[in-house]
Write a protein that binds this ligand. Structure first.
Ligand code: ATP
Ligand code: MG
Length: 710
């Protein structure tokens, strides 16, 4: 049959149309990355509404809140107001909805609270009689795994294989008692309690089966056993659901996701219609070929082929970098050159926006060098799937102090500095200061030096405020006269000592370990600041990190500017820094896979105990999941892909030789692969930037980048 004009206009191929139009029974769309599975879900919502199903009877389940928000947006665009009322959310959010409505059947009050991970840790400390957060988190992990596989405390104790597990099972029982007492649920309960509800309360189950006419599930390959049961009970025997997924993108095995859910589907629903999509609409052939090659060694659950009609495109680049910092600079240079259009003008491409770029990495901590380099080059970015280094409380504390040095009138910075660390200036004083400042239209800092302050505040308070103001002025004076890396180091050390910041961390942090980790971040930040003051040589590579010297105040000025950039929340035209896991389902024109070294991607595989056979099997399974992760990473890219590895990389406190990931060889790149010498390239870029700097509106930006790249 030829595509109906309507669907064709909507931009669906024949197989996609089949999936969208098949509404009366269970349907599984099984297809590789970028083949339009998510698109099928959005369109099918529209089709179901058109067919007369009330919007409120349609539920679309996504893997993350972000994906849900994006799908809501797309549905709104595609379908318009009739889409209002469709439930588009994660499994967990659906669980909350069910428990709020019907949790009373389980003895749960309507206003139960949902605990975050920190709450859980502290309840577990209490339940297990320990003060050690690390131990409690270990228990948390185990208990979570049990809950996800549908075990309660009693069942966990029965199947426990050793004393350790038996102990944790008993702690779990006490933990559950406490949750009941507090009328609280944890994250895993948001799946396991709705399941219990559906299993044990027929009336509730009937109600929900009637309420939902069709359930659509995205990223089906990453559902776990409990989610599968919930889904099964929700859709009933008729199985009115559409699941879309890709077994090659199952990357949450470590959190209990299981491919068994894919295998079970045809068994549990004999009428299941399985539809395969073969055309990839996202990536160029060069990128797709690399992806197909990487995934090829994994065992196949279902045979799949994927092709693209977007043309061969640019070859995938393999870039070897000297170190993490060098890698980050390379990426900055690359982004700036693409933005400047130097390389793409020939191909007739348009100017690139920040949001066209994404850097993906295996582990959260890998964002840090990129964050630093982006800030230095004034590239706006966001960190998704983990906390930004510059968002950490301790770094924000210090940045507020520095902002105050540059701009005394920065009131939020004033408030944070004057209270961090605590210096005996309390809420009452600051409240009165605020009233005074707004009465005289002064900034908080200016108010300190007003003659009439004494009439508004008690003498003791005024004295402490003066003391603070005097110190800030002194610090500013010193910053102005501090030049070069060594002097900067002394300045920073003195300052932290003056304000007793390390003590503050130890006083405010419940565990010594956390306090120490925060202090390490502080030291790291100081190193970076000192380097930026210049005149410094890198010990390992011998490269000049910053040839020119700057005063501390000049450096601080750029920092201050950057924190305002990053505070513009909702700023969407930014480069994305993301973990591979958090990038699932998303796409960007230009993607960099960072740190593709053995031990990072694949992650270290050999730290398992157990018998040799079990160990070998385990390693094999983990390698398969790591390979899927690489496949997910590669297939996020639409037009260009760079795969970086490091000749030397940090490992804990040490620096070790980096070995290129086995996946790089497996990508099977041909002769045309760019294995550029980064230094040659930087030299060329530097010349290019210098030339452009003269007449470009981005002159300052580029010159800075060229300087720092050299
Ligand atoms: P993933 O496995 O990564 O989740 P996916 O299979 O869900 O990918 P989508 O995100 O739905 O794929 O689609 C990938 C890209 O291809 C999107 O930009 C989408 O708009 C586009 N696309 C999908 N189907 C078509 C089509 N028939 N015509 C044109 N573009 C399409
Ligand atoms: Mg998708």
């Amino acid at each position: 049959s030829s595509p109906s004009p309507e669907s064709a206009a909507a931009g669906l191929n024949l197989a996609q149309q089949e999936a969208v139009n098949y509404m009366h029974g269970p349907c599984l769309v099984l297809a590789g990355a970028g083949s339009g599975k998510t698109r099928v879900i959005t369109h099918k919502i529209g089709r179901l509404i058109k067919a007369g199903l009330p919007a409120t009877e349609i539920a679309a389940i996504t893997f993350t809140n972000k994906a849900a928000a994006e799908m809501r947006e797309r549905a709104k665009k595609l379908i318009g107001s009739p889409a209002r009322g469709v439930v588009i959310c994660t499994f967990h959010a659906l669980g909350v909805r069910m428990l709020r409505q019907d949790g009373e059947a389980l003895g749960l009050k309507k206003q139960f609270s949902i605990l975050d991970s920190d709450d859980v840790t502290s309840i577990l400390k209490d339940a297990g009689g320990t003060t050690d957060a690390a131990t409690a988190r270990q228990w948390q992990w185990t208990i979570s795994a049990w809950k996800n596989s549908g075990l309660n405390a009693a069942q966990a104790e029965v199947q426990a294989s050793g004393d350790e597990d038996r102990l944790i099972a008993r702690i779990m029982a006490r933990y559950e008692e406490r949750l009941t007492a507090y009328q609280s649920v944890d994250f895993d309960d948001l799946i396991s309690l709705p399941l219990k509800l559906l299993q044990e309360h027929d009336a509730v189950r009937d109600k929900w089966q009637k309420a939902l006419g069709h359930v659509l599930v995205d990223e089906y390959q990453d559902t776990n056993a409990t989610q599968y049961e919930v889904l099964k009970l929700l859709v009933g025997a008729r199985g009115r659901f559409t699941a879309v997924g890709d077994d090659d993108q199952s990357i949450y095995g470590w959190r209990g996701a299981t491919l068994d859910n894919l295998k079970r589907l045809p068994e549990d629903y004999p009428t299941l219609r399985v539809i395969k999509l073969e055309q990839n609409y996202r990536s160029t052939s060069a990128i797709l070929r690399a992806a197909n090659n990487v995934i090829a060694p994994n065992p196949k659950l279902f045979p799949k082929t994927l092709f693209s009609e977007l043309g061969e495109g640019e070859p995938v680049r393999v870039v070897d970098c000297d170190s993490e910092e060098h890698e980050a600079e390379r990426v900055v240079a690359r982004i700036q050159s693409l933005r400047a259009g130097a390389e793409l003008q020939a191909a007739g491409e348009q100017h690139k926006e920040w949001k066209d770029f994404c850097v993906l990495y295996r582990a959260n901590h890998m964002a840090k060098p990129f964050e630093k380099a982006f800030r230095k080059a004034q590239i706006p970015y966001k960190v998704s799937g983990g906390q930004s280094f510059f968002d950490r409380a301790e770094i924000k504390d210090l940045c507020c102090w520095l902002r105050l040095l540059v701009n005394n009138n920065d009131d939020p910075a004033f408030m944070r500095s004057v209270t961090t660390p605590k210096r005996g200036i309390g809420h009452t004083t600051l409240g009165a200061l605020g009233v005074f400042a707004s009465k005289y239209k002064l900034s908080l800092f200016e108010s300190l030096f007003s003659n009439s302050l004494g009439s508004a505040l008690p003498a003791k308070a005024v004295a402490s405020l003066h003391e603070f103001g005097r110190y800030v002025n002194e610090l500013e004076y010193r910053a102005r006269h501090t030049v070069g890396a060594e002097a900067a180091r002394i300045f920073l050390t003195d300052w932290l000592k003056d304000i007793a910041y390390e003590k503050h961390l130890h006083d405010s942090e419940e565990s010594e370990k956390l306090a120490a980790a925060r202090w390490t971040n502080v030291m790291d930040f100081c190193d970076w600041m000192a380097q930026r003051c210049g005149g410094q040589i890198d010990d390992t590579s011998g490269a000049v990190i910053a040839a020119e010297t700057k005063t501390m105040l000049e450096v601080v000025q750029t920092i201050a500017l950057l924190s305002t950039i990053s505070e513009r929340e909702g700023e969407q035209n930014v480069v994305t820094l993301s973990t591979l896991h958090a990038a699932k389902g998303l796409e960007w024109p230009h993607v960099v896979l960072a740190g593709c070294c053995e031990g990072l991607l694949p992650f270290k595989l050999d730290d398992d105990d157990g018998s040799d056979v079990a160990k070998t099997e385990n390693i094999a399974l983990r390698l398969q999941e790591e390979r899927r992760l690489m496949y997910v990473g590669i297939t996020r890219a639409q037009r260009t892909l760079a795969v970086n590895w490091l000749r030397r990389r940090k490992k804990g406190r040490d620096t070790v030789a980096g070995v290129p990931s086995r996946f790089i060889a497996e990508m099977g790149l041909d002769q045309t692969t760019v294995k550029e010498d980064p230094r040659e390239k930087i030299k060329a870029l530097r010349a290019e930037f210098a030339k452009r700097a003269a007449d470009s509106a981005e002159a300052n930006n580029l010159a800075e980048a060229a300087r720092s790249a050299g």
